[in-house]
Ligand binder design. Structure first.
Ligand SMILES: CC(C)(COP(=O)(O)OP(=O)(O)OC[C@H]1O[C@@H](n2cnc3c(N)ncnc32)[C@H](O)[C@@H]1OP(=O)(O)O)[C@@H](O)C(=O)NCCC(=O)NCCS
Length: 150
C-alpha cells in the first residue's frame, strides 16, 4: 500500500463511480489529499485495485472511504487495507477509529466486524438513496494502542 497522489485520481474515480451509489467527486478526493488525510492506494502489479481514506483527528480517526475494484474483491485486499489503516492510526497515537456504513452493506459490515469494529450507534435515514433514505450504522474500533500486531 502506498500514499495516493493526484496522479492516481483518474483510476480511483473510475473505481469510486463503479462501487458507490453516491460517489465522491474529484474535488472530494483533492480536498482529502489537501487536508492531510491519510489517503492510500493498493496496487496489484501496476494497477490500482483499491483505495482508502482516513481522516485523523486529535485522539480518534474516521474512516471516510474504502473500496476494492470488483475484479479484485474477495481476495483479502479490503482486510489488508483496513489493517494497514489501523496500524497507521496507531502510529499516529490515535486510540480509536470510527466509521459509518449503510445498514444494507453486508460485505462492508462483515469486513469491519472481522477487523474488530463494533456497532455503537444507528443514524436513522442518514443516507439518501434512490428509493428514499437508508440508516447508517456507526461503528468503532477502540483501544488501538497495543492491540494490533506489528
Ligand atoms: C467492502 C469491500 C471494501 C470489501 O473488500 P474485499 O477486498 O472484497 O474484502 P476482503 O476480501 O478483504 O474480505 C474481508 C472480509 O470481509 C467480509 N466480506 C467481504 N466481502 C463480502 C461479501 N460479499 N459478503 C460477506 N462478507 C464479505 C468477509 O468477512 C471477509 O472475510 P473472509 O474472506 O474471511 O470471509 C468491497 O466489497 C467494496 O469495495 N465494496 C464497495 C465499496 C464499499 O461498500 N465500501 C465500504 C463503505 S465506504
Amino acid at each position: 500500500m502506498r500514499l495516493m497522489t493526484e496522479i492516481d485520481l483518474d483510476r480511483v474515480l473510475v473505481l469510486e463511480q463503479s462501487l458507490h451509489a453516491t460517489p465522491w467527486t474529484r474535488g472530494n478526493f483533492c480536498d482529502a489529499l489537501g487536508s492531510g488525510y491519510l489517503c492510500f492506494v493498493k496496487q496489484v502489479d501496476r494497477e490500482i485495485a483499491g483505495y482508502a481514506v482516513l481522516m485523523p483527528g486529535v485522539d480518534e480517526a474516521e474512516l471516510l472511504n474504502i473500496g476494492v475494484a470488483y475484479e479484485y474483491q474477495h481476495q483479502g485486499l479490503g482486510r489488508y487495507m483496513l489493517e494497514a489503516l489501523l496500524l497507521a492510526a496507531r502510529e499516529k497515537k490515535l486510540s480509536r477509529v470510527y466509521l459509518e456504513v449503510r445498514a444494507s452493506n453486508f460485505p462492508a459490515i462483515a469486513l469491519y466486524q472481522r477487523a474488530g469494529f463494533s456497532q455503537i450507534g444507528l443514524r436513522r435515514g442518514y443516507y439518501q438513496i434512490d428509493t428514499g433514505r437508508e440508516d447508517a450504522l456507526v461503528m468503532v474500533r477502540d483501544n488501538l494502542a497495543g492491540s494490533i500486531n506489528g
